[in-house]
Design a protein around this ligand. Structure first.
Ligand code: ADP
Ligand code: ASP
Ligand code: MG
Length: 422
């Protein structure tokens, strides 16, 4: 008898029919003799719709109230799913994150899990019931308030419960057959990956592949939880995310694991910065004070005639307004000339552990973009990743040509079973 944690994403429980379909699958797993804990996301695009609603009421909703609102989405799906399972004759009980013992810090909108005390979940299992837990939410002991874990955070709930309950496996059910070499919605030639290392998946998730939430991958890596990402629409094997590809099996790691695209970033250029020591420190201290997360940074060579330089960096669009306001208010202090804000950028990232030992990866990447007539505006690298910034409207084309250039195209077209891609 195994203990299985199954997480169903929003697209897998988008309507009543889908909820019944998922309930059947859970009942089959239970009847096969397993203990089953289910983590469920809000139905379809509910979270986005609730967010839109909040923004119609007020431009900057309070974090506490926004979390109260958004967690309602998962409450709806967990209760409906428990009803559907009971309807099939199997005992099931739903729990909010707080009832399931998901204890977090107090950071509304992006809370971190501090502890998991799943006493009630364990008791439900001991009594033979299926436990359904609302994903994406927790409870802060200090304030006594409800928190959310950040968009896509149901993945983290599933991993955290799997770790706390010492589950045999954590299955992440979604609307594609697993983790692909690129987003199947953008790249029909993308192929399913059978096994990927958590190291590569972390880079892909950080680079915009939202199939898994980065914090969930981090958590799984730290606690040794093996993830199986698969489709809730069929019984195909999906993708295993493992801590390292087993040397004994003699599987040679592919050069490139995948190509990710990210349209969520913007670029700020600080024009005419005096080229003297301390200016970068001053600028990025201001940005840090505005709680903006910087990604790439480029500083130009200063013009000899003026001894001034331009510094560009990328950051999430959602941090853009705050960073601009903070910089503007320190304009005379820093002594720069003006600011340029550009939210029409796209970031392509090529990820692969094989890059460490293979020369020529950047040459192939840049050549393929050049041949497609795509201009590169910024470049950054890590040990197993190369990222480039292009115009937003050329990003999909860029991802496709790079995917082809590295021989990643498959023979059959990747299938997307549901969801709106929102
Ligand atoms: P869920 O609602 O199940 O959490 P998400 O929308 O968060 O689903 O994640 C699944 C989606 O991730 C897929 O529909 C796909 O468009 C997107 N995606 C992006 N990159 C990849 C990738 N490399 N492999 C698979 N899916 C990807
Ligand atoms: N419902 C939340 C979201 O849409 C959490 C999740 O689906 O993982 O971000
Ligand atoms: Mg998700």
């Amino acid at each position: 008898m195994s203990l299985i944690v199954q997480k169903y994403g929003g697209s897998s429980v988008a309507d009543a029919e889908s909820i019944k379909r998922v309930a059947k699958r859970i009942v089959e797993t239970r009847k096969a003799g397993n203990d089953v804990v289910v983590v469920v996301s809000a139905m379809g695009d509910t979270t986005d719709e609730l967010m839109d609603l909040a923004n119609e009421v007020v431009p900057l909703p309070s974090g506490r109230e926004l979390d109260m609102l958004l967690t309602a989405g998962e409450r709806i799906s967990m209760a409906l799913l428990a009803m559907a399972i009971k309807g099939l004759g199997v005992e099931a009980r739903s729990y909010t994150g707080s009832q399931a013992g998901v204890i977090t810090d107090g950071q509304h909108g992006s809370a971190r899990i501090m502890d998991v005390t799943p006493g009630r979940v364990r008791a439900a299992l001991d009594e033979g019931a299926v436990a359904i837990v609302a994903g994406f939410q927790g409870f802060n002991r200090g304030s006594g308030d409800i928190t959310t874990l950040g968009r896509g955070g149901s993945d983290t709930t599933a991993v955290a419960l799997a770790a706390a309950l010492k589950a045999d496996v954590c299955e992440i059910y979604t609307d594609v057959d697993g983790i692909f070499t690129s987003d199947p919605r953008q790249v029909p030639a993308a192929q399913k990956i059978a096994v990927i290392t958590s190291e590569e998946m972390l880079e892909l998730a950080a680079a915009g592949a939202k199939v898994l939430y980065i914090r969930a991958v981090e958590y799984a890596r730290r606690h040794g939880v093996t993830l199986h990402v698969r489709s809730s629409f069929n019984n195909n094997e999906g993708t295993l995310v493992v801590n390292s590809v087993d040397g004994e099996s003699n599987v040679e790691e592919p050069l490139i694991a995948g190509v990710a695209a990210d349209l969520s970033q913007a670029k700020i250029t600080v024009v005419g910065v005096p080229d003297i020591p301390g200016k970068a420190a001053q600028i990025f201290t201001i940005i840090a004070g505005a709680n903006a997360n910087i990604d790439m940074i480029v500083q130009n060579v200063s013009a000899a005639s003026t001894n001034r330089t331009d510094i560009s960096f990328t950051l999430p669009k959602t941090d853009g307004a705050g960073a601009l306001a903070a910089l503007e208010s320190s304009k005379s202090d820093v002594g720069f000339e003006n600011l340029i804000y550009d939210d029409q950028i796209g970031k392509l990232s090529l990820v692969g552990a094989g890059m460490r030992t293979n020369a020529g990866v950047s040459a192939t990447l840049f050549t393929s973009l050049y041949e497609a007539g795509i201009n590169i505006e910024m470049i950054s690298t890590s040990e197993i990743r190369i990222s480039v910034v292009t115009r937003a409207d050329t990003l999909t084309e860029a991802v496709r040509v790079v995917h082809t250039a590295f021989g990643l195209d498959g023979e059959t077209e990747a299938v997307v079973h549901g969801g709106t891609g929102r």
